[in-house]
Design a protein around this ligand. Structure first.
Ligand SMILES: *Cc1c(COP(=O)(O)O)cnc(C)c1O
Length: 220
């Protein structure tokens, strides 16, 4: 498909939903992609990228970001607490704030350094046992707890179950974000970003539709 087509489809979906042009941020998910594909997308002007692994992101982006200081990097994968310091110092946003222990760690780091990335609360909208995210019925309490810690919450994020109609999950996330005063909605991937935009997504995370199929990678 490629970047130009995805941008065009985002613009169409914004218009179809009666939303302002440019209101949706495209996060190009570059995890496990070969360097030449990433450079190609950079050369086409894309500046917001998503990565799932802290060390892989650092290896790939430290030099590239020095050359392109306007690049913004979003952490979209599960974050171990022992990597929170690295991640908080490196990323512009973290979409996987999913548990109190990580919230406490980030709050500590914020106190210590005076700065934190924008934070999205990840919600396990399908209540899948193997998936990260706070359960929907615990999300309001978790948001309140994060705010008591002084965390800068930018929004909510979800990854719907593969087998389900994603729209139900997008609506659940939107309702949850609205009642908690969270402006950002990180939802929609290659297969369903247009439906997510129709449901109010502010950030779509699109990988394979831009870059092509990912190479297999051992989980780290
Ligand atoms: C890999 C990944 C994506 C991108 O998935 P595609 O289907 O390739 O668009 C989006 N969000 C998260 C959390 C991911 O891990």
């Amino acid at each position: 498909m490629g970047l130009a087509e995805i941008r065009a489809r985002i613009a169409q979906a914004e218009a179809a939903a009666g939303r302002p042009a440019g209101c949706v941020t495209l996060i190009a998910v570059s995890k496990t992609q070969p360097a030449d594909r990433v450079d190609d997308v950079l050369a086409q002007g894309q500046r917001v990228f998503g990565e799932n692994y802290v060390q892989e992101a650092q290896a790939r982006w430290t030099d590239r970001r020095a050359r392109h200081p306007d690049v913004a990097l979003h952490m979209i994968g599960p974050l171990q607490s022992n990597k929170a310091r690295l991640a908080a110092g490196f990323f512009d946003a973290i979409h996987s704030l999913d548990r109190p222990s990580l919230a406490r760690r980030l709050a500590q780091l914020g106190d210590e350094t005076g700065a934190l990335p924008a934070l999205f609360v990840q919600v396990n909208t399908g209540a899948e046992p193997q998936k990260a995210g706070v359960l929907p019925d615990q999300a309001d309490a978790f948001v309140a707890e994060c705010r008591r810690m002084g965390l800068p919450l930018a929004g909510a994020m979800c990854i719907p179950p593969d087998a389900d109609d994603p729209v139900r999950h997008f609506r659940l996330l939107r309702a949850l974000a609205e009642r908690n005063g969270l402006a950002g909605l990180s939802m929609g991937m290659s297969a369903d970003f247009e439906r997510a935009i129709a449901e109010g997504a502010t950030h779509v995370r699109v990988g394979s539709a831009i870059f092509g199929a990912r190479e297999a990678r051992a989980q780290a």
